[in-house]
Structures are given as C-alpha cells and as structure tokens.
Design a protein around this ligand. Structure first.
Ligand code: ATP
Length: 381
C-alpha cells in the first residue's frame, strides 16, 4: 500500500497516547465485551460466543452479564498519587486520526489519500486461543483512506474488492475466502457499512479483516475533544469539509495463520506421507537451502558453503548438513522453502549442482556459478 502507490503514506504512531484520544474514539465508554462467569467452574465467557444459559463446559449456572473493558491500563508520571491512567492502544487506527493534520501538511496530499500503518495492538481478551487467532498482543495493519463525503460509497466498494483480491494475490485459495456484510444491527457505532473478509480456519469461517465506512465520525470527535479543527480546505474549489474515512483493518497474525493453514499440503510419495507448505515464494521465510550430499567430504562442504555465501545477500539462504538428504528435503518442504540446492560428488568434477523444486520435486542439474541467475526470475517477486 505504501510503496506501490502514490496516494498512501506510511506512519508509525505511538502506542501510549493522551487518554483523551480513547475518550474521543469511544473506547473508554464502549470498548467492552459482555461477559458471564460460571458459578461452578469459575470460567469466564463472552456472551456472544455461547449458546444457551448454562456454562458450555460444565453446564453450571452463569452470573448475570457484566461489561468488561478490553483496554489495558498503565500509568504515566513519576510522582506517586499524581500519575495518570493511560491505555495501551487497542487499535492502530486512532494514532492515524490524531496525526491526520500532520501528515496532511507534511505530505501535501489532498483527499482521496490514505495513511497506513502496521503495529502492535493490545486487548485484554477474555478468551484467547485458536492458536494465534485471538491474542492479547497482536499485530494490526490498518489503512485510513480519507475521501470527500459523497465519494465514500464508491471508495468503499473499491477497497472491499481491492482487499479481497490482495489476500488472493498472496496465494490463498479463493474457496477459503469469503466476504460477509454486517447486518444493520451488527454495525459498530461509527460505521455506515462494514464487510468482513473471512477465512475458512480449522474452527470455521472467521474474520481476517474488516473494511468499514467510518464516515466523518472519528475526525469530528477528535476535533471536538481536542479543540483542533481537523476539517480539510480544498484550495482549488474553496470548499471546506470533514473527510469521510474508509478503513481496511486486518490482523497480521490471523493473516499468517491463514497462509499457513491454506498452504498445508500432504501427499503420498512412494508409500510415505510428504508434508509441504505451498507458500507463495514471496512469503517463504527461507528461499533457498544448500545441502551437501556427504558432510564428511570437506571438498563438498567447502563448495556448498561457497554457494551459500554466493546466494546470501540476494536471498535468505540456509545450509544444513545435520541429517541424510531425504530428511533434509522434508524439513525444507515443511517450512515451505521453494528451492533446495544439493552438492554431490559429481559436482566436484563437473561443477554442477542439483536444484530441486518444493512443489513438483523435479530436479535439474545446473552450473553452480549459474544458480543465482537461474533462480532470479523464479524468486524475483
Ligand atoms: P473479533 O470480532 O474477532 O474480536 P474485531 O471485530 O474486534 O475481531 P477489529 O477491531 O475489527 O476486530 O480489528 C481488526 C482486525 O484485527 C481483525 O480483523 C483481526 O484480524 C485483528 N484482531 C482483532 N483482535 C485480535 C486479537 N485479539 N488477536 C489477533 N488479531 C486480532
């Protein structure tokens, strides 16, 4: 979003901000889950996640629902008794709104334009789990895209499509993704419309990202509470207006989980199960593994080290000689490494090595000096 487009700026806002920011956003007043406790086993549940009036685990009686604010609190100030309560940000979005005017002036942008950021957010979730799906500390990626009121519906549709296609462009299979529009009674207090992009996680369809039309709610509220006018004046048309905001808001951790789940493949190869991770090459943490066929032949090890050093700097590469070759291949398959390069006895005389593809397991003999050049068009992303 930031590097490939001219209409979006990147930002890294603060995690601890003036507590009034969270009053303006509505988080102090209403960022709460309704929860119930089981009187028998003492476990706590979100009301919207349980069916029925008894404990889902032990069938014990439940307490009346109580509101539970999800923001983590800490204190700012060194003098005891005079410290003020502040919050760890529960989303990155508000850091963008309070920096709106700074970005506007310093980047000389005008709507339609956006400000995007990736960063940690913190929520005191009642029930964490499903691996990294719900954590108390997680990474968000959010874009606030500021547009002229009246243009908001058009930009809303644009971003819903753009974001859906982005997940597909990462190699996630289309049948594992779907769009779900929020019903009117499900919409957050600030939203005019909202779509969730959902992924078929092992526990069922669940939210990966939300795209909301937040109207001018946030800029208006921050103007009101801070006293700073955050409206935009268009020099060309001499119009002043409060921009509307379209917000795609996704979870990096959920995204990684979706990519791992979607990429997991298992097949029978000569009566044995082969597991591999069919990651898009851009997402594979390691691009190339250099493996010696025999680790007790110093010339082979030396040639493999040289090849690794040659590839390093261009791609993330590892060298591994801690098992037999079959085992080494499987390890790399399981973490999604696209290419393995093997140095064997013949390499010492013909100068060639074997390049093996993760998905097809096909092998090709290539001059060691040409490996980097041969991989370039495949890994060039
Ligand atoms: P949920 O309904 O699952 O609690 P939410 O609707 O409260 O999520 P948003 O406030 O819209 O989530 O946050 C935007 C994105 O941040 C979500 O789509 C999700 O990917 C991610 N996210 C939110 N809460 C968590 C969490 N506790 N752990 C990991 N990711 C999260």
């Amino acid at each position: 979003m930031v590097y490939d487009r001219s209409d979006i700026e990147g930002l890294d806002a603060a995690i601890l901000m003036n507590p009034n920011v969270w009053k303006a956003s509505g988080h102090v007043g209403s960022f709460a889950d309704l929860m119930v406790d089981c009187k028998e086993c003492k476990k706590r549940f979100r009301v919207d996640k349980i069916e029925g009036k008894v404990c889902p685990e032990c069938k014990g009686a439940l307490t009346e629902p109580r509101s539970f604010n999800l923001m983590f609190k800490t204190q700012v100030g060194s003098v005891e008794g005079q410290a003020i309560d502040v919050y760890l940000r529960p989303e990155t979005a508000q850091g963008i709104f309070v920096n709106f005017a700074n970005v506007l002036v310093s980047s000389r942008k005008k709507p339609p334009f956006g400000v995007a950021q990736i960063g940690k957010s913190f929520r005191n979730e009642i029930t964490t789990g499903n691996f990294t799906f719900r954590c108390r500390e997680f990474e968000q990626m959010e874009l606030e895209f500021f547009v002229k009121p009246g243009d908001d519906e058009k930009w809303y549709e644009y971003w819903v499509n753009e974001r859906f296609n982005w997940w597909i462009s990462l190699g996630i299979r289309k049948e594992n993704l779907r769009l779900r529009e929020h019903a009117k009674d499900e919409l957050a207090h600030y939203a005019k419309r909202c779509h969730d992009i959902e992924f078929m996680f092992p526990m069922g369809w669940s939210e990966l990202e939300g795209i909301a039309n937040r109207t001018d709610y946030d800029l208006k509220k921050h103007s009101e509470i801070s006293g700073a006018d955050l409206s935009f004046f268009d020099e060309a048309t001499k119009e002043r207006y409060m921009p509307y905001v379209i917000e795609p808001s996704g979870g990096v951790d959920r995204g990684v989980l979706a990519v791992l789940v979607d990429g997991y493949r298992s097949e029978q190869v000569k009566d044995k199960e082969r597991v591999y991770l069919a990651l898009d090459y851009r997402l594979a943490p390691i691009k190339v593994a250099v493996l010696p066929l025999l680790k007790n032949r110093p010339e082979i090890v030396e040639m493999a080290h040289k090849l690794r050093d040659d590839i390093r700097g261009s791609y993330r590469v590892v060298y591994d000689d801690t098992a037999a070759i079959g085992r080494l291949y499987r390890r790399q398959d399981e973490i999604g490494t696209p290419f393995c390069v093997t140095v064997d006895v013949d390499s010492l005389t013909d100068g060639k090595v074997t390049v093996r593809n993760r998905d097809t397991m096909q092998q090709e003999r290539v001059e060691a000096s040409r490996v980097k050049e041969m991989l370039a068009p495949k890994l060039c992303m």
